[in-house]
Design a protein around this ligand. Structure first.
Ligand SMILES: *[C@@H]1O[C@H](CO)[C@@H](O)[C@H](O)[C@H]1NC(C)=O
Ligand SMILES: *[C@@H]1O[C@H](CO)[C@@H](O)[C@H](O)[C@H]1NC(C)=O
Ligand SMILES: *[C@@H]1O[C@H](CO)[C@@H](O)[C@H](O)[C@H]1NC(C)=O
Ligand SMILES: *[C@@H]1O[C@H](CO)[C@@H](O)[C@H](O)[C@H]1NC(C)=O
Ligand SMILES: *[C@@H]1O[C@H](CO)[C@@H](O)[C@H](O)[C@H]1NC(C)=O
Ligand SMILES: *[C@@H]1O[C@H](CO)[C@@H](O)[C@H](O)[C@H]1NC(C)=O
Ligand SMILES: *[C@@H]1O[C@H](CO)[C@@H](O)[C@H](O)[C@H]1NC(C)=O
Ligand SMILES: *[C@@H]1O[C@H](CO)[C@@H](O)[C@H](O)[C@H]1NC(C)=O
Ligand SMILES: *[C@@H]1O[C@H](CO)[C@@H](O)[C@H](O)[C@H]1NC(C)=O
Ligand SMILES: [Ca+2]
Length: 530
């Protein structure tokens, strides 16, 4: 007995010493790292050991990025570099190296037309043992101002920043850990979704696996489509302007009246908006109804908003907005002012700062598409080079997306199918697209929108397993050859993990559709992908 005790008394401090020694060694390795000496003409901006539980703050970060701080939950080494990409452009680069490293490398993307490092994605992926990189995509903040008369900044934004941080990041990871990374991944949504598809098109060897969410594909035309709403709605002072509250109550309610039940369940979610052929005429005022109705001019506005957008040549510029997204869309796209990202893009990239975004028309759309700066379009008819390189892509898109219509991602999938002469079974070998009913842009909404698609609330409370987490599903596919047929999303009560799970839902692989088969609609067993 006394022998055992004394053994334990020796072992415990010994273990304690070993672990603290390991942490100490890691910390020293971090602080003696000289990343700038290995990467082009970069200069070091940050080198620090970050202990688990640290709330990092970024006092210099552009305030429009709205990311002043980030909680870090694992011990890691944080590297910041400024990397020149030409003689008149550079990128701010972050590399987070977790002590507990899985051998996996991961690049993160950006959003909107920024300019903002997604610290929450760096925190999320390093917490799951990836060594992760991110950048400001060549400029700071949420406008395109510094792209004006500087095509190098546009090129960084279109593709070069992501490729650069991936090349530099992999090299530094290998040097830092003293062994080569095993697999490389990409995680991004919105603009970040586009960046992922662009990378698969241009640099098939950069990533073994890509998660491309709600992708901003056909980018020039996307900006034009978004710009097209202001000429329809007019300013918020005009007689027939439709206010946010009319969109959120009257119109949204009518859309649900017409379409929510088409899937067999009145739950506030339209499982497949393709089946919703919304008739705004149902809201037309007449002699008996003069309130809670729309004038004929307003009905026409609503009809246009839910119609595909065609160009001067009669060809499609962008598909229609999907019905169901109007509560959120009325806060930005239909808010009675030119959409900020489109306006910035036309002013600083397509034209010049005197451009009056109020007068956007189809001619402008044609100019933007013809210009296609740095080939930012991102509309490949084939990704066969990526497929041959062994790469895998998981795409997802919320079906109540208020910023990028999910119909566009269906259009892309179908376009790729034709371009590659590939059936869905063929595409399934390397690319799968999951539609997420009831999700807004990248996250949030009445549906089961938590499935590990990004940091913060998008991953909180769900296990890092292929069943519940899209990034884990990608890892399993790449490393184990097992692809998922569906992704289970989680809805927390009032979107609060603390309050517990409200329900889970099957997100089906396109072209399959989430189909009610009977029973309590909040149970997984009541739905199938058919
Ligand atoms: C680094 O800078 C030097 C001199 O400024 C230049 O000659 C060289 O091309 C640069 N290298 C890279 C990889 O940009
Ligand atoms: C981190 O610090 C900032 C203030 O610098 C604070 O607003 C934020 O709530 C903190 N985050 C956490 C998770 O503690
Ligand atoms: C972006 O902001 C960082 C500070 O967060 C600064 O060091 C860098 O020079 C800025 N980059 C550009 C292109 O303005
Ligand atoms: C910057 O590089 C471009 C080529 O990419 C060259 O044409 C230009 O002269 C250079 N400008 C300066 C100031 O070195
Ligand atoms: C290291 O990371 C793996 C995978 O994320 C995790 O399962 C494991 O518990 C971690 N180990 C430590 C000591 O944190
Ligand atoms: C109309 O838009 C302006 C900004 O463009 C805003 O300041 C004003 O509050 C809006 N008015 C209404 C009634 O929404
Ligand atoms: C509506 O009322 C106007 C005048 O009050 C009348 O001329 C018109 O015929 C009515 N329309 C219908 C459809 O009843
Ligand atoms: C790998 O795939 C096999 C079956 O194909 C499965 O049993 C195993 O759990 C998978 N492992 C991982 C880590 O996904
Ligand atoms: C959830 O939110 C609703 C409405 O905001 C509120 O009435 C309800 O009390 C909340 N539930 C819990 C458990 O906090
Ligand atoms: Ca429904």
């Amino acid at each position: 007995m006394s022998r055992r005790l004394s053994l334990g008394a020796i072992l415990i401090p010994c273990l304690f010493f070993t672990t603290t020694f390991a942490a100490y060694t890691f910390q020293r390795r971090c602080l003696s790292f000289t990343p700038e000496s290995y990467s082009y003409n970069s200069s070091r901006t940050v080198l620090e050991y970050v202990a688990a539980g640290t709330n990092l703050s970024f006092p210099d970060n552009d305030p429009t990025c709205a990311r002043p701080s980030q909680l870090v939950t694992v011990d890691l080494c944080r590297v910041g570099l400024s990397i020149p990409t030409s003689n008149r452009s550079s990128i701010s680069f972050e590399l987070w190296l977790p002590e507990n490293w899985s051998g996996r490398f991961l690049s993160t993307g950006n959003g909107g037309i920024d300019g903002c490092i997604k610290y929450e994605d760096l925190a999320y992926t390093t917490a799951n043992s990836f060594a992760a990189v991110g950048s400001n995509n060549g400029h700071n903040g949420t406008t395109a101002i510094t792209m004006y008369q500087n095509s190098d900044v546009v090129t960084d934004f279109a593709w070069r920043s992501l490729h650069t941080i991936t090349v530099v990041g992999k090299k530094l990871v290998n040097i830092f850990y003293g062994k080569a990374y095993d697999k490389a991944y990409y995680l991004g949504c919105s603009l970040g979704g586009r960046q992922g598809i662009k990378a698969s098109e241009m640099f098939p060897a950069d990533f073994d696996g890509i998660v491309a969410g709600s992708p901003a594909l056909d980018f020039n035309n996307l900006q034009s489509w978004r710009a097209s709403f202001y000429p329809i709605t007019g300013p918020n002072t005009s007689t027939n302007f439709i206010s946010e509250s009319v969109w959120s109550n009257l119109i949204h309610d009518e859309i649900l009246d017409q379409c929510d039940g088409l899937d067999g369940v009145m739950d506030g979610v339209i499982e497949d908006p393709n089946l919703c052929d919304f008739r705004p005429e149902a809201l037309l005022c007449d002699n008996d109804t003069v309130t809670n109705c729309l004038s004929s001019t307003q009905v026409e506005m609503v009809r246009k908003i839910f119609s595909p957008f065609y160009g001067l040549d009669g060809n499609l510029i962008y598909p229609a907005m999907q019905p169901g997204s109007e509560i959120m869309a009325s806060e930005n796209l239909y808010a009675g002012a030119p959409f900020s990202y489109s306006k910035s893009w036309f002013r600083y990239v397509v034209y010049n700062p005197t451009y009056n975004a109020d007068n956007f028309d189809l001619h402008d759309a044609a100019v933007a598409e013809a210009l296609n700066p740095s080939n930012i379009r991102t509309w490949p008819s084939t990704l066969s080079n990526y497929q041959y390189a062994g790469g895998k892509i998981l795409i997802y898109h919320g079906l109540q997306d208020n910023q990028i219509t999910s119909f566009d991602t269906e259009r892309f999938y179908d376009y790729l199918s034709r371009g590659m002469q590939a059936t869905s079974d063929d595409l399934d070998q390397f690319l799968r697209f999951f539609r997420v009913p009831g999700m807004f842009h990248c996250n949030s909404g009445p549906g089961a929108w938590v499935f590990g698609q990004g940091g913060a609330a998008s991953a909180a409370g769900v296990p890092f397993t292929a069943k519940y987490n899209v990034l884990a599903a990608l890892v399993q596919w790449v490393e184990n050859g097992t692809a998922v047929e569906e992704i289970i999303g989680t809805k927390f009560l009032n979107d609060s993990v603390k309050l517990g799970v409200a329900f889970e839902h099957r997100h089906c692989k396109y072209p399959l559709r989430s189909t009610y088969v009977g029973g309590n609609h909040e149970l997984l067993s009541s739905w199938e992908c058919l």
